[in-house]
Design a protein around this ligand. Sequence first.
Ligand code: NAD
Length: 300
Amino acid sequence: MAKSRIAVVGAGLMGHGIAQVFALAGHEVTITDTVAQNLDSAKSRIAANLRDLGDDESAIARVTPRADLAEAVRGADYVVEAVSENLPLKQKLFAEIERHVRNETILASNTSVIPITAIMQGLKRRERALGTHWWNPPFLVPLVEVIETQWTSAQAVAWTMELHLAAGKKPAHVKKDVPGFIGNRLQHALWREAISLVEHGICDAETVDAVIKASFGRRIAVLGPLENADLVGTDLTLAIHETVLPAIDSRPGPSPYLQKLVADGRLGFKSGEGFRKWSAKEQAALRAKVFAHLKATRNS
Ligand SMILES: NC(=O)c1ccc[n+]([C@@H]2O[C@H](COP(=O)([O-])OP(=O)(O)OC[C@H]3O[C@@H](n4cnc5c(N)ncnc54)[C@H](O)[C@@H]3O)[C@@H](O)[C@H]2O)c1
């Protein structure tokens, strides 16, 4: 794929990592942020990541921080927004960005859950707007969901899919702008049942996690659920669903158990206790374990 000029708006956790991936793929990347400290530290954070991963550190030369939004996006072929998760902020930002880019520049939001339709509805040229949902850390988790709205052109989707594929990511085309896209719908369907098992006294939180990690969690990176259903047979899957689905939690809202945890201030790592207690040492150990696992499997 031809090298492009890419602008990343927001230099936080996701933005600096996205900039890193595109710079490593050979693109010229500008990055902007309204908080000077976040912008000023972006290059050193990217450099540290590249060093840690053993990636080509010369990629950092292709990253240019710009404090001014207009300067950052002017001349860009592609703009990806990774600012705070706030609808009015994102809407305002895209209206401003649209004033400074060419008509054909593709505009993407990395929102976690806000509908892309809501973010992009006020644009003059909505056919070039879409969602790209990366996963943290962007340089280690392969998936990028590419979400089209009712207005997005097929060309914008195809170009964006190719851009991410050529940068070593695994893009997935989400054909309708539904809440949670694909990945988070699946992930949170599982979390709902995980919480329900604890809420109903079937097991404790450690046991839920241990069961997953010691069973289908072992296979899931190489055997998706629908491959698995075909492997065991759709007839067996149907028989299992006839018995199990009526018993699985299907409440439409968040679990009362989860609501109580939050109301009680049991917020997880940040308060030292959530579904279970976490010492500072245990928190650091779990974070390090996840990072090491993602590093070891990044090219698989
Ligand atoms: N953290 C995750 O795991 C994750 C995963 C997928 C998607 N996302 C989404 O990505 C986006 C960014 O998340 P994050 O975790 O990087 O947040 P973050 O808080 O680390 O970074 C957001 C950055 O945006 C900057 N910012 C705020 N207003 C701005 C403006 N008007 N112009 C330029 N910069 C501005 C902030 O200064 C900050 O540096 C959010 O929409 C989030 O929901 C996050």
